[in-house]
Design a protein around this ligand. Structure first.
Ligand SMILES: Nc1ncnc2c1ncn2[C@@H]1O[C@H](COP(=O)(O)OP(=O)(O)O)[C@@H](O)[C@H]1O
Ligand SMILES: N[C@@H](CCOP(=O)(O)O)C(=O)O
Length: 321
């Protein structure tokens, strides 16, 4: 049960006075999720999700919550944060930062077909365009600087062939990040973790996406590569599935056509997106932090994906301007 901070309906009675949502009527802990305490909250005004943040502090949260508000106001189906009477999106609950956001309909699609990938591609491109004028800036905190700083901390735990793979890939990505083609890539606020478990569907219609707590400013192509590396693969082998890749890329390009720089950066970017999650999973496994509540995911999944992206060219980006 992923509820680390116990909250009862009684605890909320006075606390909710600061929000324009009426009285709380029901509160139910959400079992899934691994980082925060999440609750379905029914109030006199409707259905919401209450999150008590276990790892993120008051100073970090405005970027994520303001971005969600910005996107929601532009019609992107993301949870809309509710402001309190002082206009704040984050309020202290039991000494921890907490937020109330609107509840999305639907459930995750863990066995996606091309039709679902098409929906995800459309939504991702719309989200990139809608976020372009978001005024706050925060870098992707799991970007190249983090990879370079973190690799030495996990290398001692790796078998020699994996240590070599990690070092070689960091060197390759450092060179890639210095190229003109990389410098020419469009960038802006990106989700950076748009995996299957962070998107909701009602039937074949995408009803929303959530979990913006890895969001930051990075290239749009990186976000696309992260998404393709999860939505369009065979989970056993990590290999890309052509029809799903085509569906997601075609849908994205129909909203925002790819540029020539993006077309030439696609293969290295798929490798970058695999490296990012291989490394974070290695780090969570081998260097657990104090008071850690995160259950480590299997790093070998992304090691397989990285090896595959190095060895086999992926379907390319078409429709570039
Ligand atoms: N706005 C929302 N609307 C509907 N369900 C949500 C919403 N936010 C979270 N959830 C549900 O809560 C679960 C846990 O959320 P998640 O953000 O993954 O938690 P964590 O940050 O702890 O990993 C999700 O799998 C989803 O079922
Ligand atoms: N998607 C990442 C981990 C982030 O977990 P989330 O449940 O918060 O999306 C991975 O698979 O390593």
């Amino acid at each position: 049960m992923a509820v680390f901070t116990a909250v009862t309906l009684d605890d909320l009675t006075q606390w909710m006075d600061q929000f324009p949502l009426g009285q709380p009527l029901a509160l139910k802990g959400i079992a899934s999720g691994i980082e925060n305490s999440n609750f379905f909250l029914t109030t006199e005004r409707g259905e919401y999700v209450l999150t008590v943040f276990e790892n993120l502090g008051f100073e970090q949260l405005p970027f994520y919550l303001q971005l969600m508000r910005h996107l929601a106001e532009r019609g992107i189906p993301v949870p809309a944060p509710v402001a309190n009477a002082r206009g704040e999106l984050v309020a202290a609950l039991q000494g921890k930062p907490a937020a109330i956001v609107s509840k999305l309909d639907g459930s995750s699609q863990m066995d996606p077909q091309p039709v679902h990938c098409f929906e995800v591609g459309t939504m991702l491109a719309r989200m990139h365009l809608a976020a372009h004028d978001f005024p706050l800036a925060q870098p992707n905190l799991r970007g190249l600087d983090w990879w370079q700083a973190t690799a030495p901390r996990v290398l001692p735990f790796l078998a020699p062939e994996n240590a070599r793979l990690l070092q070689d890939e960091i060197a390759y990505q450092s060179d890639f990040a210095g190229t003109d083609s990389y410098a020419g890539l469009a960038r802006g606020p990106v989700h950076a973790d748009l995996f299957r478990n962070n998107v909701m569907f009602v039937g074949e219609r995408l009803s929303g996406c959530f979990d913006f707590y890895f969001a930051g400013v990075d290239t749009w192509l990186f976000d696309l590569a992260v998404t393709v590396n999860d939505w369009c693969i065979d989970l056993e082998t990590g290999k890309l599935d052509g029809p799903r890749v085509r569906a997601l890329l075609d849908a994205y390009a129909a909203v925002r056509p790819f540029t020539r720089d993006e077309a030439s950066a696609w293969q290295p970017m798929l490798r970058a997106a695999a490296l990012r999650f291989w490394l974070s999973r290695l780090y969570d496994l081998h260097v657990p932090r104090a008071a850690e509540m995160l259950t480590p995911h299997d790093p070998t999944h992304f090691e397989r994906i990285l090896r595959d992206r190095i060895a086999n060219p992926a379907p390319g980006l078409a429709n570039h301007e």
